[in-house]
Structures are given as structure tokens and as C-alpha cells.
Design a protein. Sequence first.
Length: 453
Amino acid sequence: MTAQTKLAFWGGLDTIGGNIISIQYEDYRIITDFGALAGVNIMDLLSKETTSSLLEENKLPKIEGLYNKEALKDFPLEAYEASDIKTIVCLSHLHLDHLGAFGQLPTDLPVYALEDTVNFYLQLDKTNLLPHYQVNWQKVTAEEIIEFGPFKIQFHNSDHDTIGAASIFVEAPDLKIIYSGDFRLTGFQPENVLDWARKAKQFEADLFLVEGTTFSHSASEPNPVDVALAEITHSINAPNEMKLMHSIETIAQANPQRLLAFNGYPQNIERLLVLAELMTTLGRTLVMDQTYFELMKPYLTGYLSVKYLDLHHNSEDYSEHAVSLEMLQNSPQHYMVQFDYERHEHIFTLPAGIYFHSNGMPLGSYMPEYEPYVRRFVEAGWDFYHANVSGHASQADLLLVNYLVQAKLVVPWHTFKPAEYGEAIEAIGLKTWLPAYGKEYSSEDIIAFRQAD
Ligand SMILES: [Zn+2]
Ligand SMILES: [Zn+2]
């Protein structure tokens, strides 16, 4: 019997996130990604003290030869130290549903990710915006071919609401696989996605593992909280990042005397950078939460007017990068203040202005703290604007990318409705397959699936 590539799926088949697949050929194995499985608390995944109980509770994938002997205790799996299998992890991007189980990996196990991803992770770790994971990072350049035993691996730049997102191409001797990662066509670099999709077609993938987040929710009755809040708030929710920036610009220009405030998602630093550029052009300084300022430092260029809010001082000019609350109170028209939900109390000491809620916490009406949060701003006299842009491709854009890639077989995953998404992919003339957990699939199996009716 000749060697074959073997695939196994460990998470993410009918849920959003926790996508884990292992791709093995003889003694070489690639795992991509290694996030928290759906419903598992990130904090529970930090320590190897809990590995064996997490495995017992099905909160970690039962992969042989992956966990340290000491961590497994008596759990019946082959230990990393005893295994002949050489394993690497490839990481598509820095969301916890893709890297949240890294605390369970052996510290010397190589983790491959784009250089931008690793550098940004180190910043997020330093500022405590992501947990500290001790792993053996291997920085990869986009398009570089990485040889790992019989495998050739290539990372391609993509676009998502965190920097360094990649789609990953894997070539085994008998099978070509593409893992899309999470992506969208409505960010700051849609050309990256179109570019990898075009290269994917030339690659002639046997198997395309493609995210489908936006296929998860069918139209339903609007939530009564949202209906009530819509009466007292405004919306500039946008189909793409640039449209959002234009809307913010228009509102800022119409309100030159008022303070502007912004609560966004820290990992989407491209949005923060473009916002800083916009405010600089409008003659305002973007005053950031100090943690975010530290996170952004390596990405800030000299001409941007960006400072941080120092909550503990009140005198003017004590640091060239700091702005005090008093300065904001005295000349609100010169600033936009960016803040984090954790430290938002001080906002209510400032003159009420215009507030942009832009994929920041609390995220939406499904969170109990959301409604009181929104009402408090409105009652304090702020004009509250919903200013969100999705990190995920629309249904139409997902289908467009599937069509461009033209893979021989497609696995729709990272969605609550893989069957519905699969039907839509079949409707544009492609073949889909819904794998199951707990099975090992060979390259022969996969070729048979694509020929089956
Ligand atoms: Zn995801
Ligand atoms: Zn993501």
C-alpha cells in the first residue's frame, strides 16, 4: 500500500470558529489552525495543568502525539515526546477561535505564520490584548514556499479585520489543499483576496476549505432592543471600510465644534490608522486609550496627529504625547477621543459630542450590558452612531471567491449552516462535501467524493 495524505477534522465543521484540520503524510503532519473549540472558555485553555481534564470534557481535540507527557497525565493519548510524527501548526490569523488553544501546545512545536501576524501578536501580547502563549514562532514571508517533509506550504496575504490574515496553500504528493482562513472583500486590501483566489485557480486545488460566517444567520424578526434603540440612535453601518470613513468625515465636518469619540475593535488597527489620517486632515488629534497607543506605536508614522489620554495627570504639556482630560474639556473641537469599554467611565466627564460605536465592546443587543451602555450615552446628551463594518465576506462575495477558486471539491465550514452554504456553492456549479468528526479521510476518499453524485 503506497503512502497517502490523510485528513482529519477536529472542529469548526458546523459552527463559527474552532476550525482545526490535521493533514498528514507518512510521519509529517500539518495542523491548521488551533483555536478554542466552540463554547470553550479562553481562560480555561491557558494552562497545561488542565490539559487532561479538557480532553476528558471534549474541550480539546484528541490528537495523538500533540500534547506533552506531563500535561496528559494518565489520559490515553500518545505523548508529543514519544511520537515519531513531526508536527507543525500553520496559523491563518490572530483571532481566538483560531489560536485560543495555543497554550496547550508544546513550547518547542513550530508555529508558522506570516511575519506581520507574529509581529502584531507580540504587540497584542505586550499590551495584554491577547493572552500570552509560549510557542515556537516561525515567521513566514507571503508567497515563500516552505518545505516540510513531503509538503510544500505557501501563505498568501488576505484581508480580514485583523492584520496579517492569510490563506494557506498546502501541496502534498497526492493532494492540493487550500484553507481560506477568514476573509472579506470589503476591507482595506480586497485585492489581496482576489489575488490569492486567482492563484488558487492556477494551483488547481483538490480541496478548498472555505469559511462561511455570513451563511449562518437567516433573516429573522428584528430584536426588540434594537428596534427601541434605533429610535434614539443613528446608523452609519457600512458595507465597507472606506464608506464608513467617508461617513465619519461628513459627520465630523458638519460638527466642527463638538468632541468626537470612537470605540472600535483593537485588532482592526488599519481602521484606527485610517481614522488617525482622517482626523489629522481635519485638524484634529486622535487621542487614544493608552493601551491602544502602545499597541499602535510601531505602526504610527510621524505626520499623524495621535496622542494618548493620560487619566492620572491634569496639567498641560507634561509630555509631548499625552493629553489630559482637562485639555479635552477645554477644547473638544480639537480632538477625537478613542477609548476602550473597560475604561469608558471618564467619557462622561467630557462635554457630550458625537460618539461612533465601531465594532467595539459591547458588541450588540445579545449582550446584556449593551442596552444600558447605549442609553447612558444618549441620556448624557451624546449623538450615538452605530458605525460597524463586518470582518467577513457577504454571501455574494463568498460565492464569488468560490467561483474564482474553482476547486475540484469544496468543504464549506466556519458557519452554523454548512448544508445551506454548500447548496449555494453547488448552485454555481461546484462540488461540495460535508466531512464528519472522528474519521480519517485519505486522498483516495477525497477523489471518490468529487466523482460521486
Ligand atoms: Zn474565525
Ligand atoms: Zn477571524
